[in-house]
Design a binder for this molecule. Structure first.
Ligand code: AMP
Length: 541
């Protein structure tokens, strides 16, 4: 027997409709890549998203067509999220930090028909256009006066011209909630990037999931600034969760440097933010250098890479900002776990609480997870056993877009994350490594992430990476690679000695090398494949 409730399909356009109706005066503030601050309301954003929808239909965009974006976090990118998906087309956000060959691959693979780009990317798209034949029209996300005097870009026009020709008198259509809504490619370090195609249903459920208080926790009282780019897994879903909950949204544009972020946070009263550890490490230094404090910022979510406990401690103690450590992947929309205490943990000592919160957190409703050994058998939740992390749920990928990859799911339907983790008795998951980065010494696993976190708690260390290098006796041993803070010195002996007594003896790195910079992926993660190449031939006694 079926229930007798209204079968309203879950669609992202209902989010912007809700915000426009019930939070009509709440603001979206953006720093524009072409200069200046733009400010308007959810009611304005809904009207302009509908104008965009009308323009797209006039250009012949149909259900399922891909529309690409190469854009920063701005109100126009926000409108693309809703305008493109609202008509049943697919908003394909492209990471401009990828190598040009990867960008060409992605645009051609997705067969984007239109491509919307920020002024910053004009030189880039002029190089891409001749080798991206599916793109019929390139649209500059700016007013017409910013158009170049001359350009060979097919169909080039300005976004504001397109919108100005439309009335916004348009009703969002209804369709199956499993319709594709947005597309994001993973930044594969070895293989070609693979597309994850989100649906309206998965996106809306994820937005609800991240809004829960023990998850990222979003409210109409918040002023949310996603520092994580809108081209990286939909800025972790915050551009949906903010209008869903009625929070004010602050979009930092191309200004990702600490001074610009801080200025916008202070002037707009940002209470809650989110981004990768690198952003917060730089901001911490900026705050310390100027002996600054935040007026309104109280919480931030850190994920994408392991958040060093030293960073969490410094934010809490010096800046009175609580970091929530979270884990996720492009394939999981992205939120999988968030680190929020449970009632039984409130009586723990401050140090014990910090240890719990340093983990990647517990499963949010909507994502189930387990760890398994090499034989596929589930491992205990004792915080010690580590194995491959498997997840499943309504916002976890089932298969990649036009890229069959057999073996990504287990026979019983779990997604293999490629991460290695422990889960403790309270359900807190801790990532120890990517499975490809695990160091196996004498048959025992060593967590490179734990060692890196410890290394960056040394005052002279700006960044650290640990990789396995061959050892005749142990098969592999950890090599520590360190970038020193400007003007600070630390010797090899002191650095290696720093681990003594803090980790098991056999975990202590055997060697340390100092470098000027570490290689990173387009999403800011340590590029260990490159590091292993850089140190190929290195071995320890
Ligand atoms: P991406 O799809 O580019 O967002 O990368 C997802 C991967 O980033 C995960 O599979 C993890 O390896 C890593 N990752 C994400 N969040 C964390 C975290 N909090 N701690 C450690 N690794 C993380």
């Amino acid at each position: 027997m079926l229930g007798l409730m209204m079968a309203e399909p879950l669609r992202v356009a209902t989010i912007i409709e809700h915000a426009a109706k019930w939070h009509s005066a709440t603001e979206i503030v953006s720093r524009l890549p072409e200069g200046g601050i733009h400010r308007y309301t959810y009611a304005d954003a809904n009207r302009r998203s509908r104008q965009l929808a009308q323009a797209l239909l006039k250009l012949g965009i149909e259900n399922g067509d891909r529309v690409g974006t190469l854009a920063w976090n701005t109100h126009r990118h926000f409108e693309l999220y809703f305008g493109v998906a609202g008509i049943g087309a697919v908003c394909h956000t492209i990471n401009p930090r990828l190598f040009p060959e990867q960008l060409v691959y992605i645009i051609n693979h997705a067969e984007d028909r239109l491509l919307f780009f920020d002024l910053t990317f004009l030189p880039l798209v002029e190089r891409l256009a001749p080798v991206c034949p599916t793109v019929e029209k390139w649209v500059l996300l700016a007013r017409p006066e910013h158009l170049p005097a001359q350009s060979a870009l097919p169909g080039l026009c300005s976004y504001e011209e397109l919108l100005a020709a439309e009335t916004g008198d348009y009703a969002w259509p209804s369709f199956d909630e499993n319709t594709a809504c947005s597309l994001c490619y993973t930044s594969g370090t070895t293989d070609q990037p693979k597309g994850v195609l989100y649906s309206h249903r998965s996106t809306l459920l994820h937005a609800l999931g991240i809004s829960l208080p023990d998850s990222l926790g979003c409210s109409a009282l918040d002023v949310i600034m996603p520092v994580v780019p809108m081209f990286h897994v939909n800025a972790w879903g915050l551009p949906y969760a903010a209008p869903l909950t009625g929070a004010k949204l602050v979009l930092p544009g191309a200004g990702m440097d600490s001074a610009s972020l801080y200025e916008l946070m202070e002037t707009e009263g940002v209470t809650f933010s989110a981004g990768v550890p690198t952003i917060w490490l730089a901001l911490l230094q900026f705050m310390r250098d100027g002996q600054r404090q935040f007026r309104t910022l109280r919480r931030t979510v850190v994920g994408g890479s392991s958040c060093p406990p030293a960073l969490m401690r410094a934010f809490e103690d010096e800046l009175h900002v609580t970091i929530t450590h979270a884990w996720g992947m492009t394939e999981t929309s992205p939120l999988g776990t968030a680190g929020r205490l449970k009632a039984n943990q409130l009586s723990l000592s401050p140090e014990e609480k910090a240890d719990v919160l340093a983990k990647q957190g517990r499963a949010v409703f909507g994502v189930d997870m387990k760890i398994v050994g090499d034989d596929g058998q589930e491992l205990p939740h004792d915080g010690v056993a580590f194995g491959d992390l498997l997840v499943r749920g309504p916002w976890v990928v089932r298969e990649y877009f036009r890229t069959p990859t057999p073996g990504e799911l287990t026979a019983d339907g779990w997604f293999r994350t490629g991460d290695v983790a422990t889960i403790d008795a309270d359900g807190f998951m801790q990532i120890t490594d990517r499975s490809k980065d695990v160091i196996k010494s004498g048959g025992e696993w060593i967590s490179s992430i734990d060692l890196e976190n410890l290394a960056v708690s040394h005052p002279a260390v700006a960044e650290a990476a640990v990789i396995g290098v061959p050892s005749a006796r142990w098969s592999e041993r950890p090599l520590l690679v360190v970038v020193r803070r400007p003007g600070m010195d630390v010797s090899r002996e002191e650095m290696l000695g720093f681990f003594r007594g803090k980790v098991a003896k056999f975990w202590e790195p055997d060697a340390v090398e100092f470098v000027d910079a570490l290689p990173h992926t387009a999403t800011g993660k340590l590029l260990k494949t490159q590091l292993r190449k850089d140190f190929a031939g290195y071995s320890v006694a």
